[in-house]
Structure formats: structure tokens, C-alpha cells
Write a protein that binds this ligand. Structure first.
Ligand code: CA
Length: 247
């Protein structure tokens, strides 16, 4: 899809005649961090230890749900067990330990450049993640501190994870903006669904095995092959969004 068509389609969907982007709501795992490989490894280890069948690839499809939601779903489907909130949190702690044992995760190539392009354009940069993982949440400030706005939405702030729009609606509120004044940057189908359902112009980046077409199917307005590619395209994309008028 061309950028022009993507913007025209979005304006029709949002029912607005002009746009003024004031905030970017930015997912964390698979966007700011190249962390999904280790997350999927840690998930598989936790499930196998509990006798639950699974594949690594399926966890890319759950990405965006909170950790406790994923645990409840897999235990119910896998061994017919209803897990309490406390049990789920304890198991999530074990998964976090496996993740740390794998050495955490490097920052995503191109992520700094994306944040810098947003900062230059005067756009707020708010992290919106379903993660409740202290390892990553603690590192965000260290790795990206000065490039991020202080507002943040994590798995601790929401009742329902992605694909529910709640995390992004919270982000919109924290940005003190309207949905059509925010862009969402996401790598996962459920995350894209959440951004789209919240009413934001939703940018997909294919940083993992999930193909471009699946992000479009989930409601992405435009998809880029990497954070580097998004960083290069972003100044012109923001300019095009902010100068577009409904036809
Ligand atoms: Ca993600």
C-alpha cells in the first residue's frame, strides 16, 4: 500500500479532515528490544516443565497479551487447569527467571533512530507494553531514558492486555491527546489489533517471523520491514500525516 493511500484510508476510518500527530505509543518487546527470541524460548521451557505442549512460534501470536493471561490460557487449554491470579504471577516469575538466564535481550537496531526522529518532530514518545517483566521495564530508562517521555503504560496498569484496546487507550489518555493524534508502533498482530481498535494510525514493523500480510490483516495502516526502515521513512511520513487533507 502506498503511504498516500494508507493515510487517506485512515482519515476515512477516523472520520477527520486533518491530522496533527502529537504522540507515538510505542510497544516494547520486538520494537525497542530484540527480545522475542529469548521470550519464546523462556515460554517453551516453562510450558514443557509443566507438561504443556507448545511451539515457539505460537508465542509470537500471543505477544501483547499480559504474561498472566498467556499462562492462564495455556494451562487451561494444555492441561485443563484453572490457574488463580497468584499462581499465574508466581509462574510468570519463573518464566522471567528463564528469560534472564538467557541473558536478557539486546536493544533493537534502528529503535534509537526512530525515537530521535520522533523527538525532532516534537512528538511525545510513550512506551505501551503488556510486559510485567522487571528485567525489561528496569532497562528502558537506562537504554532510552532521555529519548522517552516519562509517561508509561505497562502490564501493571491494565486489566486487559492486547488485543484489547485498553493499553493504547491508557496511552492516549497519558498523552492528553485524541486517538487520531497518536501513532502506534507495533510488531505483533495482537498489538496491531489493539492500536487499530484504539483508533490510532497503526504502524507495523516485521521484526520477527510474522509476515507483513498478517500485520495488515490485523489492521495495520502501513508496515515497514525493520525499525531502521521506519526511522528512515518517519520524517516524511509524519510530514505527510500532518499535511494531509481528506479528499
Ligand atoms: Ca511486541
Amino acid at each position: 500500500m502506498t503511504q498516500k493511500d494508507a493515510i487517506a484510508n485512515y482519515m476515512k476510518f477516523a472520520g477527520v479532515k486533518t491530522l496533527n500527530i502529537v504522540a507515538a505509543l510505542i510497544d516494547c518487546d520486538g520494537v525497542l528490544y530484540d527480545s522475542m527470541k529469548n521470550h519464546t524460548r523462556a515460554w517453551v521451557k516453562l510450558m514443557k516443565k509443566n507438561g504443556i505442549q507448545c511451539t515457539r512460534d505460537e508465542f509470537y501470536l500471543y505477544e501483547g497479551m499480559t504474561g498472566t493471561e498467556i499462562i492462564k490460557k495455556k494451562f487451561k487449554e494444555g492441561v485443563g487447569k484453572n490457574i488463580t491470579d497468584d499462581e499465574a504471577l508466581a509462574l510468570y516469575g519463573v518464566k522471567g527467571r528463564y528469560f534472564r538466564e538467557l541473558g536478557g535481550a539486546p536493544t533493537m537496531p534502528g529503535a534509537r533512530e526512530v525515537l530521535e526522529a520522533l523527538q525532532t518532530a516534537g512528538v511525545k514518545r510513550i512506551v505501551v507494553t503488556g510486559s510485567q517483566q522487571a528485567t525489561i521495564l528496569g532497562r528502558i530508562d537506562e537504554d532510552y531514558g532521555e529519548l522517552l517521555s516519562p509517561e508509561r503504560v505497562t502490564g501493571f496498569d491494565v486489566r486487559r492486555g492486547k488485543p484489547n484496546p485498553e493499553p493504547y487507550l491508557k496511552g492516549i489518555t497519558k498523552a492528553e491527546a485524541r486517538p487520531y493524534q497518536c501513532i502506534v508502533i507495533e510488531n505483533a498482530p495482537l498489538g496491531v489489533q489493539a492500536g487499530h481498535a484504539a483508533g490510532c494510525f497503526t504502524i507495523g514493523v516485521t521484526t520477527g517471523p510474522v509476515p507483513e500480510k498478517d500485520l495488515y490483516k490485523a489492521g495495520a495502516n502501513i508496515v515497514f520491514p525493520s525499525m531502521d526502515a521506519l526511522a528512515q521513512a518517519l520524517p516524511a511520513l509524519l510530514e505527510a500525516l500532518n499535511t494531509a487533507t481528506a479528499g
